[in-house]
Write a new protein. Structure first.
Length: 287
């Protein structure tokens, strides 16, 4: 529970930091008065709806003051992202990255993964960021994922599962890493895919301690079921089928009580649906 609270606080702080207007005094102290003036102009955005014409026009005025002010391009892009105009979003974000790669590559890479499933594009952005900076590359704009974990999921999605496992293991093993909401779930699911059942179970049990949900027990059930199918010992196989059934029943209980993966914008990786859980229960009960 302590880890969940820490992660949620990190999520809140990361989201606020990602969406907040930059500190204009930084530009003034650096002697960049053009950016300082552009940044100060952004205060006029207050009270304007993100999707409104007035909001966009104010940002155009900001860019008239300084056409290299990356934050304004990113702020303009958000409405296009949310409305599904991905071409215009990318045009604006490409400008933002051009003028401030250090602060914009992580966001563009995350969006390429979350919204477009552009795995290779996301990997390119996140790896470029990792080469560019000599500090931790940070978390997704939502705060749920460290960007190294997001990179690992992208590698998994293009078939490089061993590389994905290595990336997650290295990130989780970093003593400065705050466990994300789904880190061990993804690691457990990956181990399951490559047939490392015991390691998968170990990772999923750690996920229960961090953040229990229906998906954890679904993948535990899949582990026990697949283990039962390769057992030469009939009794052990039978016992593992029973364990699998119990895990699927637990998964259904958690799912129907609302404890499952959620995302307001896209389908989360490793999410399961009630129909999938019920199908596994039905199959095992019919044996």
């Amino acid at each position: 529970m302590k880890n969940i609270i820490t992660t949620l606080l990190l999520l809140l702080l990361t989201t606020l930091a990602a969406t907040a207007q930059p500190n204009c005094l930084v530009y003034k102290n650096e002697g960049d008065m053009k950016k300082y003036e552009a940044c100060e102009k952004c205060s006029e955005l207050a009270g304007h709806y993100q999707f409104s014409k007035e909001f966009q026009e104010k940002l155009d005025e900001v860019l008239e003051i300084d056409s290299t002010f990356a934050w304004a391009y990113r702020a303009k892009s958000v409405a296009y992202l949310k409305s599904g105009d991905f071409i215009r979003w990318k045009e604006l974000m490409d400008k933002a990255v051009q003028y401030d790669p250090e602060n914009m590559l992580g966001y563009r890479g995350w969006c390429r993964f979350q919204f477009f499933r552009d795995y290779e594009g996301a990997i390119a952005d996140l790896e470029e960021l990792d080469k560019l900076v000599d500090y931790d590359i940070g978390y997704s704009v939502t705060g749920e994922y460290h960007l190294k974990i997001a990179m690992a999921i992208c590698y998994r999605s293009i078939g490089e599962k061993e590389k994905a496992i290595k990336l997650i293991e290295e990130q989780i093993g970093n003593e400065k890493h705050f466990a994300g909401l789904y880190d061990y779930l993804h690691l457990g699911s990956l181990y399951l895919e490559v047939g490392e059942f015991e390691r998968s179970i170990e990772a999923l049990e750690k996920q229960i301690n961090e953040n229990d949900m229906a998906e954890v027990h679904y993948y535990l059930g899949m582990n026990y079921y697949r283990m039962s199918m390769v057992r030469s010992d009939y009794q052990r196989g039978l016992a593992e089928k029973e364990k699998a059934l119990n895990e699927f029943i637990k998964a259904k209980e958690l799912y129907t009580s609302g404890k499952r993966m959620r995302d307001g914008y896209s389908h989360p990786v490793d999410k399961v649906f009630l129909e999938e859980i019920e199908l596994q229960i039905e199959n095992l009960e019919s044996l």
